[in-house]
Ligand binder design. Structure first.
Ligand code: SF4
Length: 83
């Protein structure tokens, strides 16, 4: 899911298609004057974007990913066949 968003940058405004998390990241960069350290040190836990300020959704931690467990099983089966 993504949408067209107009956001401020260091050099003016820009329009781009962003995912919601990337749009939040851009808002946090704008809010902290494009200082990534300031986003990390944000002192506003009541801000609705606070949990998402690193461009990730902490509620989805552990979901998705690279399917490493499936890859390991596939490799194990492949190695057994070769033996
Ligand atoms: S989370 Fe912090 S940096 Fe991001 S918009 Fe809110 S106050 Fe600004």
């Amino acid at each position: 899911m993504s949408c067209v968003v107009e956001f401020r940058t260091k050099n003016g405004t820009r329009k781009a298609t962003l995912t919601p998390l990337k749009a939040i990241r851009q808002k946090c960069l704008d809010c902290s004057n494009w200082q990534t350290l300031e986003i990390r040190l944000c002192q506003v836990p009541l801000c609705p974007l606070f949990s998402f300020r690193f461009g990730t959704n902490p509620n989805r931690k552990g979901f998705g990913g690279t399917f490493n467990h499936l890859r390991k099983e596939k490799n194990a089966v492949t190695n057994q066949k070769q033996d």
